[in-house]
Design a protein around this ligand. Structure first.
Ligand code: CP3
Length: 345
């Protein structure tokens, strides 16, 4: 199908663009009353994720309501550990919770073996097909998965954490187990991303939300090594790598086979540009909290960010997911500011 708006794909490949493309991490979600209405009509988050027609509906909402230049398939990174045999629950106001965790070889052996990940996650590929049919080429659709390190964090800790000390403990006490689990996550993630692409995802993003809790050496060994295995096996569509908080590893991350590198809001755009060079597109990175400011302040800060860009190789986003209590009107101001900005390069 021909895309009417392929700005984000051209920006990712470093081709010429008329204006910077813009989308928001977590754009399909609680900021929109329309999302909350769909969610309230179902038993909860998981039912929404697992019902392709409804997942497609909330995926398209931000395209219609906010005017973003890309849709991201409504799902969660945690569908992968679940497909491997660790069921999760999304606890209201608390976040993810796993009854079983993997902290020993015995527990690793209890994970499901020889799984058909593509079959187990067919509700996601089905949602991708429905979404593209309904989008009818208006904007590209982004597929995604968690990076192995971040998925490892949830599988070993069993819930969110500020420090993920149970996860990091294993790196010191049983690195062999860590590598075994990371390898298994990596293998299914490659198959899963390829299935998303086959179903119609026009680009894919790998989220390493907990990259920043590892030191540089450990991130190279337990993080980057596995992202590389994924990135080097995906050549069908542009790949975005987002390693939140991994300041010291940005050069190594950008050296992996990818098109775009995501920046969080603590990262200075020009510093990272100097480290990364012109062969990669940079994505980000307004502070999600900036959207609590007044409309004129949102406009000013967005323009300041755009003024700091020194090339066309940018995709505009926040530095992390949009916070659920942000006023959608502020999000619209952010998006409109980007859309009316004239590129000087
Ligand atoms: O719009 C989009 O970005 C697509 C959908 C999407 C969700 N989760 C939906 C969601 C994406 C890309 C994710 C990725 C995700 N999930 C990450 C990586 C990105 C990041 O934010 O760092 C992580 C770490 C998760 C795990 C996860 N899922 C947590 C920790 C939570 C609870 C915290 C929270 O925000 O409530 C979730 C739940 C979740 N995933 C919600 C949504 C819309 C909120 C659930 C609800 O509707 O009640």
């Amino acid at each position: 199908m021909n895309l009417q708006n392929d700005l984000i794909l051209r920006a990712a490949r470093g081709e010429s663009i008329e204006r910077y493309p813009v989308w928001l991490m977590r754009q399909a979600g609680r900021i929109l009353p329309e999302y909350r209405a769909v969610r309230a009509s179902l038993s909860g988050f998981k039912e929404l994720v697992e019902t392709p027609e409804r997942a497609a509906e909330v995926t398209i909402q931000p395209v219609d309501i906010l005017g973003v230049d890309a849709a991201i398939i409504f799902s969660d990174i945690l569908v992968v550990p679940e497909a491997m045999g660790l069921e999760y629950q999304m606890v209201e106001k608390k976040g993810p919770w796993f009854e079983k965790t993997v902290r020993s070889k015995e527990q690793l052996d209890l994970l499901d073996k020889d799984i058909d990940i593509v079959d187990r996650l067919s509700y996601v590929t089905e949602a991708i097909k429905i979404t593209n049919k309904e989008l009818n080429g208006r904007v590209p659709l982004i597929g995604f998965a968690g990076a192995p390190w971040t998925i490892f964090c949830y599988m070993t800790e069993g819930q969110g954490s500020k420090t993920f000390s149970e996860s990091r403990k294993i790196l010191y006490t049983n690195p062999t187990l860590a590598h075994e689990l990371l390898n298994r996550i990596t293998d299914v993630t490659v198959q899963y991303l390829k299935a998303q692409i086959k179903a119609g995802a026009h680009m894919v993003q790998v989220f390493d939300s907990w990259a920043g809790i590892l030191g540089t050496e450990q991130y190279a060994e337990f993080g980057l090594k596995y992202i590389e295995k994924i990135a080097s096996q995906i050549d069908e569509v542009p790949v975005t790598l987002f390693s939140k908080g991994a300041y010291a590893s940005m050069e190594a991350l950008a050296a992996l086979p990818c098109n775009t590198v995501g920046l969080d809001w603590n990262m200075d755009m020009q510093t990272i540009r100097n480290v990364v060079g012109e062969t990669r597109t940079l994505q980000g990175n307004l502070d999600p909290c900036a959207l609590y400011a007044s409309h004129s302040e949102v406009e000013k800060r967005t323009n300041n960010m755009l003024d700091s860009f020194k090339s066309q190789r940018h995709i505009v986003n926040l530095g992390h997911g949009v916070y659920p209590d942000v006023d959608p009107e502020k999000v619209k101001t952010f998006i409109q500011t980007v859309k009316s900005y004239e590129i000087q390069y």
